[in-house]
Design a binder for this molecule. Structure first.
Ligand code: NAD
Ligand code: WQD
Length: 378
């Protein structure tokens, strides 16, 4: 008997695929819905290769409520949802890289998918009485936490204040989940039913990175990557001539003049979803926000150094003006998740660099090529 059946939206994407793997390993059945807008069905093959189990899959656009309803109807055992499906800032034409991100250029599309898609999902959940939701929020909701005193590392009670449209879609969805769960709890109570069944987790991730240690599963963006480590991977494979380092000591008064982020291995992050889900199902806490980060900040130069070390040679970079909307320091205070979820990161940023390089160097075309036989047979 499975422990439970979980609907994973965006489950063929980067973090969704690793979380689906963690759920299967923990004994859950997994049903994935994804439009494949930024992912590929090959992720399902890799999940199966690693875990020996294949999630059910439905190619569904989340904004199409009727299609979503059919998935819930086809899988009546679904008791909880982990909600990843969204557009994320993935503009990175390096000639325009310092410009405002994609979400500022096409805000209505971001709100339609990220907020509208969530509204469809919550409506279906209500219709089919599926009462737990774990949501992919982001440390981006905090914006520039250095505007307050003593808020670095950032605790969950730091006031939110996203600096871009993408971040505002995330904070909006957090509020929608709070309002929805609180209303459903009250409605259930008025009707004399158990209200505790309705629960939500807003998981604020810091900077996810890394790949599976087997070297056969990792991030496979459909366009040019946007984030620092995937871009460094492209420099190391020769697909890009150099990394543009955004900002210097004039912009960032850090220990080396570059911005600080809390890089978290995707396997630790996936386990964070598992423990948050278990907490909702067992402790029925209502709606909770938890930071998922390591508590350790690294500068851009420190990341370049760590990644160059695993690659075994220096990687070219050039310091250019700061990217609009970037902030000095996003380092988590993960104490709340440490205490309430008994979760903390176990893998270092250096291990993430090592796993990322194994993935990128063996699969330069991502899921568009078969991995080397020695990795498949390992
Ligand atoms: P991803 O793009 O790899 O995964 C998102 C998935 O959602 C993709 O598979 C995509 O095809 C799917 N999707 C997009 N629009 C859809 C739609 N309308 N209907 C159905 N599926 C749709 O991104 P990821 O890095 O795995 O991010 C997962 C979640 O975590 C996202 O919500 C993202 O905003 C959030 N997040 C990511 C990061 C990060 O740095 N990767 C940080 C914080 C939060
Ligand atoms: C990390 C650091 C850059 C690229 C974004 C989203 C956030 C979340 C994670 C959501 C920063 C610097 C980067 C480059 C550089 N995603 N950098 N040259 O900006 O912290 O967060 O991704 O889906 O919501 O905002 O991550 O990896 O882009 O940047 O110097 O070519 O690397 O300035 O300091 P970021 P990132």
């Amino acid at each position: 008997m499975p422990v439970g059946t979980i609907l994973v939206t965006g489950g063929t994407g980067y973090i969704g695929s690793f979380t689906s793997l963690a759920l299967l390993d923990a004994g859950y059945d997994v049903v994935i819905v994804d439009s494949l807008y930024n992912s590929s069905e090959v992720a399902l093959d890799r999940i199966e290769l690693i875990s020996g189990k294949r999630p059910a899959f439905h190619k569904v656009d989340l904004t199409q409520g009727e299609d979503l309803d059919k998935v819930f109807a086809a899988h009546p055992a679904i008791d909880s949802v982990i909600h990843f499906a969204a557009l994320k800032a993935n503009l990175s034409d390096q000639t325009r890289a310092q410009a405002v991100g994609e979400s500022a250029e096409i805000p209505l599309e971001y709100y339609r998918v990220n907020v509208g898609g969530t509204l469809c999902l919550l409506s279906s959940m209500k219709k089919y009485n599926v009462t737990n939701i774990v949501f992919s929020s982001s440390a981006t909701v905090y914006g520039d936490a250095t505007r307050f005193e003593n808020m670095i590392p950032i605790p969950e009670h730091c006031p939110i204040g996203p600096t871009n449209t993408y971040g505002r879609t995330k904070s909006t969805v957090e509020s929608i989940i709070e309002d929805f769960i609180s209303a459903e709890r009250q409605n259930a109570q008025k009707a004399g039913k158990s209200f505790e069944q309705w629960n939500g987790a807003n998981l604020r991730y810091f900077n996810p990175c890394g790949a599976h240690p087997s070297g056969i599963m990792g991030e496979d963006p459909q366009g040019i990557p946007y984030n620092l480590l995937p871009l460094l991977g492209k420099v190391a494979t020769g697909d890009r001539p150099k990394l543009l380092v955004f900002g210097d000591e004039q912009d960032y008064p850090s220990r080396d003049g570059t911005a600080i982020r809390d890089y978290i291995h995707v396997i630790d992050l996936a386990r964070g979803h598992l423990v948050a889900l278990n907490n909702l199902r067992e402790h029925k806490p209502g709606v909770k926000a938890w930071n998922l980060g390591s508590g350790r900040g690294s500068t851009v130069f420190e990341i370049i150094k760590a990644f160059s070390k695993v690659v075994g040679r220096d990687l070219s970079y050039e310091v250019v003006p700061r990217r609009q909307g970037d902030v000095l320091d996003l380092t988590a205070n993960p104490t709340k998740a440490n205490v309430e979820l008994n979760w903390k990161t176990e893998l270092t940023m250096e291990k993430a660099c090592e796993d990322l390089w194994r993935w990128v160097s063996n699969n330069p075309k991502g899921y568009r090529q078969e991995p080397p036989a020695e990795l498949l047979n390992a």
